[in-house]
Design a protein around this ligand. Structure first.
Ligand code: SF4
Length: 451
């Protein structure tokens, strides 16, 4: 079957669309292996010309729309156009379909939605389309049939991640990405044992209740085989970026992985390090294996916001200790902050600025908080009547998604500007962030100078 993949994503962080996403990439490889002909169109805004060109070029028989949770409006507009001008069946998936399956199923021309991880469900569903005699109900795929809404149970999680093929990258234009950044992104696992309330992780875990182990990791050799393959495919690789937040959270996996990495790969790497995992042993091992940059989700300098609202289970002492150990080991740090969280105030914003001054991160990424659909923090904001009237549009405008009487969006915006001016941004940040680091040349986050 000829399938056009529509990837609907915001471009607020000035990141290109289509954008490589490991789970979507794995799905594309599986579909290719079953003989489907695939094309990929990334959209971050409604664009009739691009849609027409993609349809004319690839003549798809079916469209699979992978929809970000903050792109419901874009999806509605795009699919309405397809509904009015084409006669193509559409299947929806991605975060939006996972969080709002009934709403996704009501989008124009959508005949089915895939919830959660699509590896098993969608591949089977597309086979059933080719062979309707086998029946169309597939675990994890909601659809409307003559009996009404079919909502089958979820399938079991794929626990052996090594059994999955390496994700497709060329359809995402990955050679250009590597050329521009020197970086390859590697997912070493799926799921996360933490329960941060601003994150969709625990929502997705809950829909897989009793369907297998949620936090899963690939074997070290499987990850390193993929890195070897990517280095052969792309000449410009100079950095490996491990994208999972849970990367350093399990010492029993991390130790053999870092040993294998040091043995098989000479490239420097960056990874997420949760501050509660950055003890002496872990930091020493990371540095020895070639870690040059740690992305640390600091989120807020306020203990109340971080732990009571966002449920991060992360003390100020853990954070300060983690930054000290990372810097002492020669690992640069990128601190990630959200401003404008539920119950934010000028006092908590001041605490955030004070913490940053003490930590002296190598680069700082200050973002407006947006209540991501499917998260508990969004429920907190909604229950208090704080969701911003503009909804997801705020996210696309790089502005906070909640509006509290005690800390209005203009106050949050002023603090974002102030912190972006005061602290250095990395070269990889969008241009407006880099240039708002006033009077200071942007820093290559991979090899920053210590301040
Ligand atoms: S550590 Fe990261 S992935 Fe895990 S729950 Fe928290 S925000 Fe989500």
């Amino acid at each position: 079957m000829r399938i056009l993949i529509l990837q609907l994503l915001p471009d607020v962080r000035n990141r290109r669309v289509p954008r490589f996403a490991p789970q979507l990439g794995t799905l594309l490889t599986l579909l290719k292996q079953r003989g489907h002909e695939l094309a990929l169109l990334g959209l971050s805004s409604f664009d009739v010309l691009k849609i027409k060109a993609a349809l004319a070029k690839h003549l798809p028989q079916l469209i699979y729309a992978d929809i970000s949770a903050v792109c419901a409006d874009l999806a509605r507009r795009t699919l309405q156009h397809l509904h009015d001008h084409e006669f193509l069946p559409i299947v929806a998936g991605g975060e939006y379909a996972t969080v709002e399956p009934a709403a996704a199923l009501s989008l124009p021309s959508v005949q089915a939605v895939a919830i959660g991880e699509p590896d098993a469900s969608l591949v089977t569903y597309f086979e059933r389309i080719k062979d309707p005699a086998a029946g169309q109900v597939v675990l994890g795929v909601w659809l409307r049939d003559e009996k009404g809404l079919a909502r089958p149970d979820m399938p079991a999680l794929v626990e052996d991640l090594d059994s999955l093929p390496f994700p497709e990258r060329d359809l995402f234009g990955y050679a250009d990405y590597v050329k521009a950044t020197g970086q390859i992104e590697i997912a070493t696992g799926r799921g996360c044992p933490q329960q941060c309330a601003y994150c969709i992780n625990d929502w997705i875990e809950s829909i897989y209740d009793e369907k297998g182990t949620w936090t899963r990791r690939r074997s070290p050799d499987n990850v390193l085989d993929e890195i070897d393959q990517l280095r052969q495919n792309y000449a410009d690789v100079r950095i490996v970026y491990f994208t999972n937040h849970a990367f350093a959270l399990d010492p029993a996996w991390l130790e053999p992985f870092l040993e294998a990495y040091a043995r098989r790969c000479t490239l420097p790497f960056r990874c997420h390090v949760r501050a509660n995992a950055a003890d002496d042993t872990a930091v020493t091992r990371l540095a020895k294996a070639g870690c040059k940059l740690a992305d640390v989700e600091l989120i807020s300098g306020s203990n109340f916001v971080r732990n009571e609202i966002f449920d991060m289970d992360l003390s100020g002492e853990q954070i300060e200790g983690a930054f000290e150990r990372l810097h002492e080991a020669g690992i640069a740090t990128r601190a990630i902050l959200y401003l404008g969280a539920p119950y934010e105030s000028e006092v908590s914003l001041d605490e955030t600025a004070a913490l940053l001054r003490r930590l002296k991160p190598s680069v700082v990424d200050v973002r407006p908080y947006f209540p991501w659909p499917g998260t508990r923090a969004r429920e907190t904001a909604r229950d208090n009547g704080w969701l911003h009237l503009r909804g997801a549009e705020q996210y696309h405008r790089d502005a906070t998604g909640i509006d509290m009487p005690a800390c209005r969006p203009p106050i949050v915006a002023a603090w974002i500007k102030k912190l972006r001016r005061e602290f250095p941004a990395g070269l990889a940040e969008p241009w407006w962030r880099r240039w708002s680091s006033a009077g200071r040349a942007p820093i290559d986050p991979f090899f920053p100078k210590r301040r």
